[in-house]
Design a protein around this ligand. Sequence first.
Ligand code: ADP
Length: 346
Amino acid sequence: MKTATPRQMAIFIAFFSSLIAGIVMLITFSIENFNYLLTIILSLLIIFVVIYIFVFYILSAFILNKINPIYKTIYDINIPEDELKSELDETDIVTSAQKDVITWSKRKTREIAQFKQLEKYRQEFLGNMYHELKTPIFNIQGYISTLLEGGLKDQSINKQYLENTDKNINRLISIVNDLESISELESGIQKLNLKKLNIKKLFEESFEMNGILAKKSGIKLKFAKKQDKPVNVMADRKRILQVINNLVINSIKYGKKNGSTTIDFIDMGKNILVEVSDNGIGIPKRDIPRIYERFYRVDKSHSSKLGGTGLGLSIVKHIIEAHNQKITVRSKVDEGSSFTFTLKKA
Ligand code: ADP
């Protein structure tokens, strides 16, 4: 309900007070001549003005006194008295203050929920990071201790233990590099360097880089169709190569022997849709919404054995979103997965 402004209330109270005073005066003094009537009207006018000024002053001071601390709390500012006074006169400041407080409390509730969620993520992230780093560090410590305690001279284990140490150090380096990428992407320190590039060429580069891994796993890397024309997009070369490598390596790691990875480009008008499909082990439906989370793996031991850090897809999603584009996945267990993302056509 709309409440009256202090000015309207003052007029209202002054009017009624004058009316009552007028009635009392009329009953008390009998009007015999014109002079009396004039005196009464004049007295009523004075009563009206005095009461009006008095009530208006008291009400304004009271409301200002109550409203100012509220605004100070919700906006963390002291609204100048003059500003509030003029608003007090023009608008229904009590109702609008009520609305402002409700909006403020809703905003605060939302912020608190977000903070709680962030705190949960932070705790999970720290816990996961601790677990990921713990294993290789303890492994390295174990191998080095054994070597120092005499294993170095033992021909049957020394080379193997050094190789294992090297493997664990490489694992630590992968985790640290992935964490660095995520931290750079999340903080937004590194701006994207958008340039026109032929994305087909980047896939060919990735095929070359990962050829040995693919051959070892018996996976064929290919394009869906023969494409002589370049597929030009606007993208950050280094970052998109990171996306492509992650998706291609995943398709090999989670592929099946004698399987294949197929790349397709679809013209969507303003965008190019890029599809990386495999016929590998697939992802269970319940895990699909979580695969972009940091350190999330469907099968932890399988992924670790293959050198996965569980950070790859999280980096991929960050990079695609930094390009203002989307990544999606379709997958079926035992049939395969298909990751698609879009990029602006150049
Ligand atoms: P990882 O380092 O473990 O590969 P990612 O972030 O790249 O981490 O992927 C997260 C998880 O998603 C993987 O552990 C794996 O279980 C699943 N995954 C990713 N790509 C594929 C794929 N092409 N086929 C099946 N599962 C996949």
